[in-house]
Design a protein around this ligand. Structure first.
Ligand SMILES: [Zn+2]
Length: 323
């Protein structure tokens, strides 16, 4: 018998009218509960008729990683948001769940993936690459993806995660390693590979009581923008747009950040961000901002990301210039 913690629950609402197919994920990381709360709230609103699905199809997955949620921690056996591709020989819980989620995602057009984060800070959205025909992450729906990000209402949007991840591999001498690159794939990268588009919304700190409200409003905003339910969409926000340009790994237990950085803290070129165990300073390569600092990162994993202001326009269709 499948243990309770391994059962994936999803809810499909079909309008019967043609329209966009939206899937919303909560709890990809088990200790991130805001998405689950928001999804259940939307589900109740739809099931009681307070909110009506006018067209298209909506799938809701309140807890994408049931084992991690059962344990109240980020991961079950590993990070579900890595190596997110079907695996004919699934070796762990997350691989089995990925095999269930991939076909679900693939039959939708749009993914909204709801997360929260460890350190203090304001909500932000993450989007993928600009339209391109390159080998790393070819994409043709950057405008639609940008529109969705703008309507989620955060003060900040971050672009280009996979590019920085690939650059990190190249630095480690693993640039041509397809397996290592595939490890960098999360839900969003898989969704884009299937012809859809995807936005990850980081709704706030894990236990911030405002985070479920951020997530709830985001689902409603997505439904309204796509013309699926609710009133006319709220006007797009004008967030700060940042492009990730570097990721720095924590190398040893003795490595420490010199401040309790929060995402989007500004740093000047040459400013010390952290100190290696041997006392060597890790400094900002140029003026920019720190993103996703994790003071407790395991040695060998991402310590913080570095971003600069992006010149990309999310509100203008057509090709956006390459960085
Ligand atoms: Zn997360």
């Amino acid at each position: 018998m499948t243990p309770v913690g391994e059962v994936l629950r999803s809810h499909v609402l079909q309008s019967g009218w043609p329209g966009p197919r939206l899937v919303v994920l909560g709890g990809v990381h088990g200790d991130e509960t805001c998405g689950t709360v928001a999804i259940e709230r939307v589900r109740t609103a739809l099931e009681t008729g307070r909110l009506q699905l006018r067209r298209g199809e909506l799938s809701l997955v309140p807890v994408a990683n049931p084992l991690a949620r059962q344990h109240g921690r980020r991961e079950g056996e590993r990070n579900l948001n890595r190596s997110f591709q079907p695996d004919p020989q699934p070796a762990d819980h997350e691989a089995r769940i990925t095999n269930l989620l991939c076909p679900l995602l693939a039959r939708h057009d749009v993914l909204l993936d709801l997360h929260s984060f460890q350190s203090a800070g304001a909500p932000f959205a993450m989007i993928g690459p600009r339209d391109n025909a390159g080998a790393l992450e070819p994409f043709a729906r950057a405008f639609e993806e940008g529109q969705l990000a703008l309507h989620l209402g955060t003060g900040c949007v971050v672009e280009a995660w996979l590019e920085v991840y690939a650059a990190r591999l190249a630095r480690c001498g693993q640039g041509g390693d397809a397996r290592a690159l595939a490890f960098g794939w999360g839900t969003n990268e898989y969704m884009r590979s299937q012809g859809g588009y995807a936005v990850t919304l980081e709704c706030g700190q894990h236990l911030d009581p405002a985070a479920p409200e951020v997530a709830y409003r985001a689902i409603l905003a997505a439904l309204a923008l796509l013309g699926m339910a609710g009133s006319t969409p709220v006007p797009p926000a004008h967030p700060r747009l940042l492009r990730l340009v570097d990721v720095v790994d924590r190398q040893a237990e003795g490595d420490r950040l010199v401040h309790a950085w929060t995402s989007f803290d500004a740093v000047r070129q040459g400013q010390t961000i952290g100190l290696r165990a041997d006392g060597q300073a890790v400094v900002a390569p140029c003026d920019g901002a720190i993103v996703f600092p994790n003071a407790e990162a395991l040695p060998g994993s991402e310590w913080f990301y570095f971003a600069v202001d992006s010149e990309r326009r999310l509100d203008a269709p057509g090709p956006t210039p390459a960085p």
